[in-house]
Design a protein around this ligand. Structure first.
Ligand code: TRP
Length: 360
């Protein structure tokens, strides 16, 4: 028996930030020891919100560099680009035929995105979760490390799996479980600390892992602290800065600044200076590794080619099973002709006709 599989992905819509890192990628790195991991750049999902085609390819490349610089190890894990493995969309189509529209209309991210971009509500946005389910089950992944906001998508994936199994009378896919990191609280936006750090709130609201030191310092120094009248509770902005200091600063830095806060003597500028230094210091190795990778396009290409090849080998096997279950022609190398022969009514395939599937 091989190791259990992990699958996760990020949309190539801009550089990854501290929220992505602490919320997901940090656990991706650790999972590599125990699982066979597949980490994708989900460019088809990136097309569901408005984007510039000219920026897409550069974003894919930057995200690949981010993955590698953060510690995804291409020797152990598979790094791939979703659109390069056509089985993702093939399986999404098939899963789409067993997914009631009502399930998709209930997904919270669908409603949010539809409100955010009222002129951009399309079939692909509605079926976002079907493609995501296909991403995961194509590799029979059992564990999916994601942020908390993705839980409804994982629930949908399990529902689709159950319905597929029920309708076709097979058991092909495991029901995947989300893995949401428990130890790190949510990292909030620097400009709008009531909201989660996210690309949609703009570059000033987040610290990208690839930000140069000056940019990190500037964004932290301008971070929102007290928004309203100071009450008894720490304001969300200040709490977020302390949260970050706890992660990136030394224990001593955290303890002494926290004591000043409790004593009512803290000057926020000191908290911010210390925090900016701590983040810059912590991201230094990442920045160095990133610069090396930027200068090695041949290596990047090798990593991607290899990842796509390995991903496709798994994807083909799953699709053969799925097509068999659905009564579709099989297109596995060597089986294609037998499949066509069976469809043409010849006995060459030496198989029984699949039983009729009772639909709905
Ligand atoms: N929906 C995820 C997000 O926005 C990205 C994603 C697409 C994904 N397919 C996936 C995550 C499969 C995990 C597994 O963050």
């Amino acid at each position: 028996m091989g190791r259990k599989r992990v699958f996760s992905g990020i949309r190539p819509t801009g550089p990854i930030h501290l929220g992505n890192y602490l919320g997901a990628i940090k656990s991706w790195i650790q999972l590599q020891d125990r699982y066979e991991c597949i980490y994708a750049i989900v460019d088809y999902h990136g097309m569901t919100t408005p984007y510039h085609p000219a920026e897409m390819r550069a974003n894919v490349r930057e995200l690949l560099i981010d993955y590698l610089a953060a510690g995804v190890d291409p020797e152990r894990s598979i790094l791939m680009v979703q659109s390069a493995v056509p089985e993702h969309t093939e399986l999404a189509w098939i899963l789409g035929t067993v997914t009631p529209i009502a399930w998709l209309e209930r997904v919270p991210t669908f409603k949010e995105k539809a409100e955010q971009h009222p002129d951009y509500v399309h079939l692909g946005l509605l079926s976002y979760g079907v493609l995501m389910a296909a991403d995961i089950v194509l590799y029979k992944a059992e564990v999916v490390p994601v942020g908390e906001d993705q839980l409804p998508h994982l629930e949908l994936t399990r529902e689709i799996v159950r319905r597929f199994h029920h309708l076709f009378g097979v058991r092909i896919f495991p029901e995947p479980q989300a893995l949401v990191p428990q130890d790190t609280a949510r990292i909030m936006s620097l400009t709008d600390p009531e909201k989660k750090m996210s690309k949609t709130l703009g570059p000033r609201s987040l610290i990208a892992l690839s930000d140069p030191p000056e940019a990190i310092r500037e964004k932290i120094m301008k971070a929102v602290t007290d928004t309203g009248p100071s009450g008894e509770r720490m304001s969300p902005g200040v709490a977020n800065l302390f949260q970050l200091l706890k992660i990136f600063g030394t224990e001593e830095e955290y303890r002494s600044l926290r004591a000043e806060y409790d004593a009512g003597t803290l000057r926020y500028v000191n908290l911010k200076r210390t925090l900016a230094d701590a983040i810059i210091r912590s991201l230094e190795p990442f920045r160095r590794r990133r610069a090396e990778l930027e200068n090695d396009p041949a290596y990047l290409e090798r990593v991607l080619r290899d990842g796509i090849r390995r991903a496709r080998a798994i994807a083909r096997e799953t699709m053969a099973e799925v097509k068999e279950a659905c009564g579709l022609l099989r297109d596995e190398p060597g089986l294609g002709e037998a499949g066509v022969a069976a469809a043409a009514g010849s006995k060459a395939a030496g198989e029984q006709a699949p039983e009729a599937v009772e639909r709905r």
